[in-house]
Ligand binder design. Structure first.
Ligand SMILES: [Zn+2]
Length: 522
């Protein structure tokens, strides 16, 4: 018997931190040997250091695909159920599905069985997952309470020290006589003066950009030896109590995207912050910290939204590139004449980056782009040509799909015949009923999958001249008339593949038009 292995390492610091990937694989291989099975090296699936439930497990997904396409051994070994399923819901969903595909799940630790066949197996399995989930939730709460206690005692819960401070490890003895390692902060004589200076300037009414310039001119650098940015300085003022000697905890958390990357810092309301005074040496006075906090609140009542609103005012931001260096064009606003310009964002960082010193007037260049859209997409010619090319492509795809459908249809007929035979066997009664039923269920599932596939392949449709008319009319409605900026922007994003502006202000646009599949059909 050939078998597959799935292993997962979670970096979550909890009870799951049990065994390394290598140890898991080793355990699974040993079980295979004991049961007289052979591991297929092509079917070892590993999700490494993927923590928590926020991220999709790529290897797990890949494995599901392999199972679905019937290219998979009959047996899957994994260390225990919590390797395979991260929570109760996943277990409930995937476990019976995997079994229904004819793949047996075997655990190195713990009983396994087909939950679709035996209600007792199903019940004990689901209860097991539920208990594990309950335990996970409880542990998370305990961890939170523990960190809160730690913070209230004035200790750090990990992470690097705030700018202006350094970490210091101390050993304390708790009430039960155990010695524990704790982290507190001490002043960093090199960077603490930068914090002091920044708060003084901010309370004197200066802005982030100015403060950044002053700090740089005094020779202060960030931890990775770069000029200290305006945004990190503003973050100091956002949680200023740290610099007045307070341990501040539970201030914010990060929102992550599907790839696990931090994308958005969510601040908790101040009432939820845990602020413990006199935890480490203060750089500023408490009343100055409070003042800075109040100023930040006043100046940025809705920091995030305001910024979003501003961005939407510029049609081409994020779309147009400097032809000279390929970087994004950015907006620059001239307060004196009240006009806005696009300019090379790379040159803005440093003049040495790019030679393109041109400032493109916002109205001028946005009008040019809209005119080009009118000329290329709304007038006859350009899309007709696109349509022609798409037709040729679809014709080619159709030929290919014909070749694809034939074996699918053959397989479909074969399975239908097999289901008929199974039915006869059932009526006959000489073969154990359970076995026939499993086989039949598998066949029926496969049949449904095949039918779905065939329908999909047959669905490839050529765009027609009518689609073109629809597209053009939709586009016309979207770009003409008084539309809000967001709608206009999303239309541009969906039809512009690339847009470059050169030093002479010439605009070049690469359109992507998908007829019959317009992304903004009402
Ligand atoms: Zn440039």
């Amino acid at each position: 018997m050939i078998v597959a292995i799935y292993a997962r390492f979670s970096s979550v610091a909890d009870l799951e931190k049990t065994s390394s990937i290598e140890a898991q694989i080793q355990m699974c291989k040993q079980k295979a040997v004991e049961d007289g099975w052979v591991v297929d090296e092509n079917h070892i699936y590993i999700d490494r250091a993927v923590s928590g439930s926020t991220i999709n497990r790529p290897a797990f997904q890949q494995m599901l695909n392999a199972i679905e396409s019937n290219y998979f051994p009959n047996i899957l070994i994994t260390k225990d159920t919590s390797r395979l399923f991260r929570n109760e819901r996943e277990a409930g969903h995937y476990e019976s599905w995997i079994w229904s595909q004819g793949v047996e799940i075997h655990y190195v630790i713990g009983q396994s069985g087909n939950p679709n066949l035996d209600d007792n197996v199903w019940f004990s399995g689901r209860i097991g997952h539920l208990v594990a989930e309950f335990y996970r939730r409880k542990t998370a709460k305990v961890t939170f309470a523990h960190q809160e206690m730690n913070a209230k005692a004035g200790y750090s819960n990990g992470g690097s020290a705030p700018f202006g401070y350094l970490r210091r490890e101390v050993f304390v003895t708790d009430e039960s006589g155990m010695e524990k390692r704790k982290v507190i902060y001490r002043l960093d004589p090199d960077t603490a003066p930068a914090i002091k200076m920044a708060f003084e300037l901010y309370l004197a009414g200066r802005g982030g950009k100015h403060i950044a310039d002053v700090l740089t001119s005094h020779g202060f650098r960030s931890r990775n030896d770069k000029p200290i940015s305006k945004s990190s300085i503003l973050n100091w003022f956002r949680v200023p109590f740290v610099y007045a000697g307070c341990r501040v905890w539970n201030v914010s958390h990060w929102q992550k995207n599907d790839a696990g990357k931090k994308v958005n810092r969510i601040f908790h309301p101040r009432e939820e912050w845990v602020i413990i005074p006199d935890s480490h040496p203060a750089i500023i006075k408490m009343e100055d910290a409070e003042q800075a906090y109040q100023n930040m609140q006043k100046n940025n009542p809705n920091n995030h939204q305001r910024r979003m609103g501003q961005r939407a005012k510029y049609l081409l931001a994020g779309l147009a590139n400097c032809e000279h260096c390929g970087h994004n064009l950015q907006m620059k606003y001239n307060r004196r004449n009240g006009e806005a310009y696009y300019c090379c964002g790379y040159r803005r960082l440093s003049q040495a980056n790019c030679d393109n010193r041109r400032h493109y007037n916002q109205d001028l260049i946005e009008d040019t782009v809209m005119e080009m859209i009118d000329e290329y997409l709304l007038q006859e010619g350009y899309i007709e040509n696109q349509l022609h090319q798409q037709l040729e492509l679809v014709e080619k795809q159709k030929q290919e799909s014909k070749a694809e459908i034939e074996p699918l249809t053959a397989e479909k007929q074969e399975i239908e015949a097999r289901i008929d035979t199974s039915l006869e066997l059932l009526v006959d009664g000489r073969v154990p009923k359970e076995r026939v039923i499993i086989k039949m269920q598998q066949d029926e599932q496969r049949l449904r999958d095949l039918q779905d596939k065939i329908i999909k392949v047959e669905e490839i449709k050529a765009p027609t001249a009518e689609d073109l008319e629809v597209f053009r009319n939709q586009l016309r409605m979207q770009v003409e008339g008084e539309l809000d900026m967001d709608t206009k922007k999303s239309v541009l994003n969906s039809i512009v593949k690339k847009m470059g502006v050169n030093q002479d202000g010439l605009v070049e646009i690469d359109f992507c038009v998908a007829l019959g599949n317009t992304p903004y059909g009402s």
